[in-house]
Structure formats: C-alpha cells, structure tokens
Design a protein around this ligand. Structure first.
Ligand code: IPM
Ligand code: MN
Length: 360
C-alpha cells in the first residue's frame, strides 16, 4: 500500500481469489464496483488473480498452492469468492478437498478472527421469514475464532476405521487474542459482549469462559454475558436485538453465522472479513452455490459489501459508505437478483453489478 502525492490517493494491491461455483461471477461484480470507487476517489487498484479451491485442484493438484499464498501474503488485502464443488461433497474418501484450501489459507495467513455482521435492510425486512418486529433494527456482529478448535485439532480413525474422532482444542492465548478483538469491538459499539460456549459440557469451553472472565477487569465499561450455544441458537432468531458483539469458537461460529444470515432475508447479502496480524481477507458468508454457477443469477451483494468492509478497514470510510449507499439504493429500487426479487422482476448478477458501478 502506498500513499500517492496527494495523501488521499491510495495504490492498492488486492489479491483476487474467485474460487469455485458462483465465486467468479460475484467477484466480477465486486471488481466492477471497486474499480468505479477507485475512479471516483482517484485510487489505483492493482488486481492479482490467483487460483484456489476446486479450480486450483484441477489446475495444479492442490486447493491453496504456494504461488497463491505468495500473492496473498504480498497483497494489501485479499478478496475471496467461494470454495467448494459437488464433485467432492459426496465423496468422503477424496484425498484432496477444495475446503482444505480455505482452511490452509486461514492458517497460513494467520486469519484468527472472522468478523460476520448481521443487519437488516429497511427495504427487505418483509423478505425475512422472521417477523418484522423481531428483526427490525438488528445490528450484531459474530466474531468467530477461525484458526483453532475442532477444525484444526487432531482427528483420525481407529478401530480399523470404525471409530472416528475430532478434537476441540484451544490455548488460553488463542482465546485471549480473539476475545481482545471482541472487547475492543464492543467498546466502539454498544459495549455489550456475549461469550457463547458450551461450558456446561466442554472443557475447552470452560477455558474460554475462565479466560474471558479474567479479561473483564481490563474493560470495565463492557457488560459481558455468557451463554450456552444451544440457547443462543434459539435466542438469535427469537430476539436478535438482544445481541451486539458475540465471541465464539470456530464451529459454533460457523453454525450461528449461517443461522444469523436468515435474519437479513438472504444468505446472498451478508459480508465478512477475516483478520489476523498480517493481511486481511474479505469474503461473502455464502458458499459456492454450485446449482447456480454460470447462470448469472447469484446475488453479488454479499461480495460487494465485503469490498466495503475492505475499504473501511483501510480507513477509506467514504469509499465504504459510497458502496453501502449504492447497495441500499439498488435494493430500494428493486435492482435485485432472483433470491430477493420475490416474484418481481429479477436482474442478472452482471446487470446488478453494472448498475452498482454506474451509480457509484
Ligand atoms: C464458512 C464455510 C467454511 C467453514 C467451509 C467451506 C470449510 O462454511 O466459511 O463458513 O466451515 O468455515
Ligand atoms: Mn460456514
């Protein structure tokens, strides 16, 4: 990242990992929007595409090749589409899987915190399967631990393959660094933090609770609550406004964030960022949606809003705001893909992207 002569002009190097399924289509729209932003605000974006997922397995035999890692590590940010291919889903014996690429990438880039906001769009409130009065005004963030837990613990088979195990493992340091982000985030918001675990059963959860409790004294202004994940799963759709910042371990966060996306009305709407000590990554929370791949029907807004998070993190607040504004405008004017159109005219993925870029 370099500042131009005029301090406000940025030269950005962004690694572009389109991945699988609808990934390339939604990424294309985000690129259009970012280029329009760059033009308007006089920044320069240098995009470097790199292979990942099933696309990378097909090309070079592995889902997160070293060349891709080098491109990501040298970039100011990574914009990511989606990963996964049905060819592997029903083949438990597959030796290499696209998803391994995502996990390896998270680990090698040190992306330990996954920021997944959930909010509602005024024009879409009635698209949510949940009642308006329950969800209107929801604005919460699930901060999911991303490089530990059962995703990365020891796993295997014993007993001639008839017994399988996965291990949920956490160190105090891993919990502390995630919780620190949660406390800091709560300080910039409504100062409420909820730690979600299963401390009534799991030892790793008891370490989470103990660690977070010990940190409370450093953030006297933050009100901390503790909940068991099963109760949170229920309350999240019952009364989402009860939450502001939620911190939780990897698998619980995976499940709760899919659940939370229902509140906004479509999975195709929610962005995310993954941050660590080095480069950050921005991606929609939805998957590769293979049934829609190549049909130009997928909703690009989650990816476009992920790009807004990218600008926000680079302190380019006006740029981020311009993206959010144009997204809201497209929703209220009905320039939407079929998942949101609900019987009204549905636009193609690429048409929505063109419209957004033009209206920036
Ligand atoms: C997600 C996805 C991934 C995860 C899969 C594709 C490995 O579901 O980003 O939430 O489980 O983390
Ligand atoms: Mn998931």
């Amino acid at each position: 990242m370099a500042l131009g002569q005029n301090q406000l002009i940025m030269k950005l190097k962004i690694a572009l990992l389109a991945g699988d399924g609808i990934g390339p289509e939604v990424i294309d729209q985000a690129v259009k929007v970012c280029d329009a932003i760059a033009k308007k605000f006089k920044h320069e974006i240098q995009w470097t595409p790199a292979l990942t997922g099933a696309a990378a397995i097909d090309a070079v035999g592995e889902p997160y090749p070293d060349t891709t890692h080098e491109i990501c590590a040298a970039a100011d940010a990574v914009l990511f589409g989606a990963i996964g291919h049905p060819r592997y889903d029903n083949d438990p014996s597959a030796k290499v899987r696209p998803e391994q690429g995502l996990l390896k990438m998270r680990q090698k880039l040190g992306l330990f915190a996954n920021v997944r906001p959930t909010f509602t769009f005024p024009s879409l409130i009635d698209k949510s399967p949940l009642k308006r009065e329950r969800i209107e005004g929801t604005d919460l963030i699930i901060l999911r631990e991303l490089t530990g837990g059962v995703y990365f613990g020891e796993r295997g088979r014993k007993d001639n393959g008839n017994t399988a195990f996965d291990t949920m493992i956490y160190t105090r340091a891993e919990i502390q660094r995630l919780a620190k982000k949660g406390f800091e985030m709560a300080m910039t918001r409504s100062k409420r933090l909820c730690c979600v675990d299963k401390a009534n059963v799991l030892e790793s959860s008891r370490l989470w609770r103990e660690t977070v409790q010990a940190m409370e004294k450093d953030y006297p202004e933050v009100t901390v609550s503790y909940e068991f994940v099963d109760a949170t799963a229920m309350r999240l759709v019952q009364w989402p406004k009860a939450y502001d910042v939620i911190i939780t371990e990897n698998l619980f966060g995976d499940i709760l964030t899919d659940e939370a996306s229902v509140i906004s009305g479509s999975m195709g709407l929610m962005p995310s960022s993954s941050v660590g000590s080095k480069v950050s990554l921005y991606e929609p929370i939805h998957g590769s949606y293979p049934q829609a791949a190549g049909k130009d029907i997928a909703n690009p807004l989650a990816t476009v809003l992920s790009a807004a998070m990218l600008f926000e993190d680079l302190k380019l607040t006006e740029e981020a705001e311009a993206i959010r504004r144009v997204v809201n405008k497209s929703l209220s004017e009905g320039i939407v893909t079929e998942d949101v159109a609900d019987g009204a005219k549905a636009y193609k993925t690429s048409e929505v992207g063109d419209w957004l870029a033009k209206n920036i």
